[in-house]
Design a protein. Structure first.
Length: 438
C-alpha cells in the first residue's frame, strides 16, 4: 500500500460489513451485468505528490483507453484519508465505482465482504493469465486458498533514503546496514545540527508497516497461524518497543515527528532538513519536491544484524496497489478490458515509471527502464527480503488498532513519558481487545 497518505481511520466498522451481503448483482462466484457498456467509474488512489499530479498522469491513459475501446472512464482520485471508508461504505450501499484501487494490505478484508469480483482462472485468462504476475505481488491479493480479490497494479518496497552531503559532512562513508549502525550514525549527524531520521508517528498505516517489519526481524507475528490476534506476544512487544525507542530511547527520530501524518517527513528529507527517510518508492515524490536524484542514495532498510534476506532478515512489507472490480458493476466486460489495459506491458511501464514503483507484471518489470541501481534495490527487496502483511479478514481493523497504539506510544515519547515494556504491552493489549471476536 502506498504510504503517501494519512491513515484511513474510524467510521465504518468492518464487522458490520462482513455481516452484509455483497453489493448485489451477480452470484458469489460471478460478476455483474453489461447494462452500461459505454462508461466506467474508476476510483484511483492518490499515488503522486498531489491529486492534481495523479490526474495529469492518469487522464492521458484513460483517454487512450477510450480511443481503443469506445468506453469513457470517469476518474476520481480519492485521498488515502478517505479511501478505505469510501470503499467500505460502497460495499454496503452498492453505490460504488466499477473499478477501484485498493491498498494491497486490505485485500483479504475487502475480499471477506463478498463485494469484489473474484479473479478465478477464467477471469485471469481474460487479462492474459495469472502467471504474468510476480509471486510476491500475488501474495497480497487475498486470503490463502481463495481466488484473488484483486489484481496487482503497482508494486513497492521500503528502502532507506539517505542524503549524501549530510552523510559526507558527518564523516559517514556508507549507509547503515543495522539498526545499531543507524543509531550511531544518527548521533554523528545530530552533532552536525541535522535531524537523523524521519517518521510519520500519527500515520496509522506507516506505523503498522514498520512494526510489522520489526516483528518479523524479531521472529514474531501479530497473528497466530490460525489467524487469531497475538499482539501481546513478548517478541511482538519487544519489536514495537524497538521501533518507538528510535524516538523514546535512541532519540534519532525528532519528537515533533510524533505529530506527522501527511508526509511531512518526506518534505523534511527533500528540503535537506534530515539525513534519512524510510519510505516506499519515494523517487517521484522527492523529484516533485525539487530534490535531485544525485542528492540522495538508496539502500535496504536496516536489519538487527547481518544483511537483508529470508526469515528474520525481512526488511520490508510487500507494498503496493491492487486493481479490483466491484462485483455489481454494470459494465463487467468493460471493467475486465480496463484491468487488462492497465496491466498491459505498455501501461505498466508508463504508470510505474510515473510513480517510481515496480511493475508487478514480469515482462514489464524486466524492462531496462526498471534496471537503474535505485530501482534494483527495490526489486531485490521484493524478491528476497519482503513479507506480505497478514491476509486475514480483520487486517484493516488490525491497522487501525495497532497503528493507533503506536501513535499513542510516540505521543508518550514526544511528551517525555517513559515508554517501557509494560506500557507497550498495555497499549497492545488494548488494541487486541478492539479486534473482533473470532
Amino acid at each position: 500500500m502506498r504510504s503517501i497518505r494519512a491513515a484511513a481511520t474510524g467510521a465504518v466498522t468492518l464487522s458490520l460489513v462482513l455481516a452484509a451481503t455483497a453489493c448485489g448483482g451477480g452470484s458469489s462466484s460471478g460478476g455483474g451485468s453489461n447494462d452500461s457498456p459505454k462508461t466506467l467509474t474508476y476510483w484511483a488512489s492518490n499515488q503522486g505528490a498531489s491529486i492534481a499530479v495523479d490526474k495529469q498522469v492518469l487522464q492521458p491513459e484513460l483517454d487512450k483507453f477510450q480511443k481503443q475501446t469506445g468506453i469513457k472512464v470517469k476518474l476520481e482520485v480519492v485521498p488515502w484519508s478517505d479511501l478505505l471508508n469510501r470503499i467500505l461504505t460502497a460495499t454496503t450501499s452498492g453505490q460504488g465505482p466499477d473499478v477501484l484501487n485498493i491498498g494491497n494490505t486490505w485485500s483479504a478484508s475487502l475480499q471477506a465482504t463478498g463485494a469484489l469480483l473474484p479473479w478465478d482462472t477464467k477471469n485471469f485468462a481474460k487479462i492474459g493469465g495469472k502467471d504474468r504476475f510476480v509471486d510476491s505481488a500475488l501474495g497480497s491479493t487475498g486470503a490463502a486458498g481463495k481466488d484473488p480479490a484483486a489484481v496487482p497494479l503497482y508494486s513497492m518496497a521500503y528502502a532507506l533514503y539517505y542524503n549524501k552531503k549530510i552523510f559526507a559532512d558527518a564523516g559517514i562513508g556508507k549507509p547503515p546496514a543495522t539498526w545499531d549502525e543507524l543509531v550511531a550514525d544518527g548521533k554523528k549527524i545530530q552533532a552536525k545540527g541535522k535531524s537523523a531520521l524521519g517518521a510519520e508517528g500519527s500515520n496509522l498505516s506507516e506505523n503498522i508497516h514498520h512494526v510489522f517489519v520489526f516483528a518479523k526481524q524479531h521472529g514474531a507475528d501479530f497473528f497466530t497461524a490460525d489467524g487469531k490476534p497475538d499482539f501481546t506476544n513478548p517478541k511482538v512487544v519487544e519489536a514495537v518497543k524497538s521501533y518507538v525507542d528510535l524516538m523514546a530511547k535512541d532519540k534519532v527520530i525528532p519528537t515533533g515527528d510524533a505529530e506527522y501524518a501527511q508526509n511531512q517527513s518526506v518534505s523534511d528529507f527533500a528540503k535537506g532538513k534530515q539525513a534519512m527517510l524510510l519510505w516506499q518508492s519515494a523517487a517521484a515524490n522527492l523529484k516533485s519536491q525539487g530534490m535531485s536524484e544525485d542528492a540522495y542514495g538508496i539502500a535496504p532498510v536496516p536489519v538487527i544484524s547481518g544483511t537483508p534476506g529470508t526469515g528474520t532478515q525481512v526488511n520490508s512489507m510487500v507494498a503496493g496497489i491492487n486493481l479490483a472490480v466491484f462485483k455489481n458493476t454494470h459494465n463487467l466486460d468493460g471493467a475486465t478490458k480496463f484491468v487488462k489495459f492497465m496491466t498491459s506491458d505498455d501501461e505498466q511501464k508508463i504508470l510505474n515509471t510515473a510513480y517510481s514503483s515496480i511493475p508487478p507484471v514480469k515482462s514489464a518489470q524486466s524492462d531496462a527502464a526498471f534496471s537503474a541501481p535505485a530501482t534494483a534495490v527495490l526489486k531485490n527487496t521484493l524478491a528476497t527480503s519482503a513479507a506480505a502483511l497478514p491476509q486475514v479478514a480483520s487486517e484493516s481493523q488490525f491497522e487501525t488498532a495497532v497503528g493507533t497504539a503506536v501513535k499513542d506510544l510516540f505521543a508518550d515519547a514526544a511528551a517525555g513519558r517513559a515508554v517501557t515494556t509494560d506500557s507497550v504491552k498495555a497499549a497492545l493489549q488494548k488494541a487486541q481487545q478492539q479486534m473482533p471476536a473470532a
